[in-house]
Design a binder for this molecule. Structure first.
Ligand code: MG
Length: 372
């Protein structure tokens, strides 16, 4: 599978990359250049992003040809500036993107870069022939920003002269004599290429390591549904046979509702009723995984990764223990998480209160979200 569609921490890399730009101020439209064979994978990765995301265009045989195809599509929108980014760099931070955008008010182009710190050797046949002076060498990253008309002209000129050997857009800009500044890059803004890169990124993502730190936020959710006539209850997406059922407008899955509210709480985006009003007949009898999936998309669109979810079910009946593992598995499937990050606990209220009187089931949920 092409690396931009591979999963990283439960999301396609491209979805993470799009999330870097989806909420960035000053960006009006986002266009992805794809391979013609990848339409389905693209649709899956892009489905959470509406609004600024344009229909994808099909690229060419080289990176340069693909970028040119994208620029030609954007021409109709007459943008002032364009940022060109590798889909396989999902960790570009808002500050990094901001530095590129800001620098464009003074230069034709702006490129994030880091000074080379390793000693560089020229090697022939496995032997060192020379040590290269690194004092003026930088390694550059993306997004690379340009005045739109200038970079499109450079690409048009290269295409007209059959020059297809440019490995980034800054090299086309140099070739055309444009003024391109370097702004501070970030070590965390890696391009995922090898399996090792993916393994590293996965570890970093989960541990919040250097370069991928970000802010941690907590969310909590609480929900209650009454028990009434029925023959099963839905808890955590699992149908549990029972001599009574939970009452509610949807499938009354009180566990998934509390989890959904916890996620919405972590991003300050209202509650389940804000997005799925019980007055709306279309949510009648709805399967509640829909609500949880929607909340996960909202978290992802803000650049968040769920670290863990902890659930407490409070009831006298049914017994939760025998269904705990099935619930953990199902919830982790819905959220795209490792089941080790989902906990389901159960408690009675010692016969006290409405749960003690077996009138209903209450659920508490807590979630931790890390933002890039
Ligand atoms: Mg509810």
């Amino acid at each position: 599978m092409p690396k931009q569609y591979r999963e990283l921490g439960g999301q396609p890399v491209l979805a993470r990359t799009l999330a870097c730009f989806a909420e960035q101020p000053g960006i009006t439209d986002i266009l992805v250049v794809i391979h013609g064979d990848d339409r389905e994978q693209y649709a899956a990765a892009a489905k959470a992003f509406g609004g600024r995301l344009l229909k994808p265009v099909t690229g060419g045989a080289t990176r340069q040809a693909s970028v040119h195809a994208g620029l030609c599509r954007l021409r109709d929108l007459s943008p002032q500036r364009v940022l060109i980014h590798d889909a396989a760099r999902p960790f570009a931070s808002p500050c990094l993107i901001d530095r590129v955008q800001t620098s464009l008010s003074e230069h034709d182009g702006a490129v994030p870069g880091l000074p080379v710190t390793d000693t560089l050797k020229q090697v022939e046949d496995g032997r060192i022939t020379k040590t290269v002076d690194r004092s003026r060498l930088w390694s550059v990253q993306t997004p690379q920003g340009f005045a739109f008309d200038a970079i499109l002209s450079a690409h048009d000129a290269a295409a007209a002269q059959d020059r297809a050997d440019f490995t980034d857009d800054a090299s086309l800009a140099e070739w055309q004599g444009l003024d391109v500044a370097v702004v501070a890059g970030e070590a965390g803004n890696v391009k995922l290429t090898t399996d090792d890169d993916f393994a590293d990124a996965e570890r970093q993502l989960r541990s919040g390591g250097a370069g991928m730190g970000g802010e941690l936020r907590i969310g909590q959710g609480f929900d209650v549904h009454a028990l009434g006539p029925g023959n099963h209850v839905m808890l955590g997406g699992v149908e549990i046979p029972h001599e009574r059922g939970l009452l509610g407008h949807s499938d009354a899955d009180v566990v998934l509702h509390a989890a959904t509210d916890a996620l919405l709480g972590a991003i300050g985006d209202g509650d389940i009723g804000t997005h799925f009003p019980p007055s709306d007949p279309q949510w009648k009898d709805a399967a509640s995984d829909l609500f949880l999936r929607d909340a996960m998309k909202r978290v992802a669109a803000r650049g968040g990764d769920v670290v863990n979810l902890d659930i407490t079910v409070i009831c006298e009946e049914p017994r939760i223990g025998p269904h705990r593992d099935a619930m953990r598995t199902r919830i982790s499937e819905i959220m795209g998480l490792d089941s080790g990050r989902v906990s389901v606990k159960a408690s009675t209220s010692e016969g006290l209160g409405f749960t003690g009187r077996r009138e209903g089931i209450a659920v508490q949920a807590a979630v931790m979200v890390r933002f890039r």
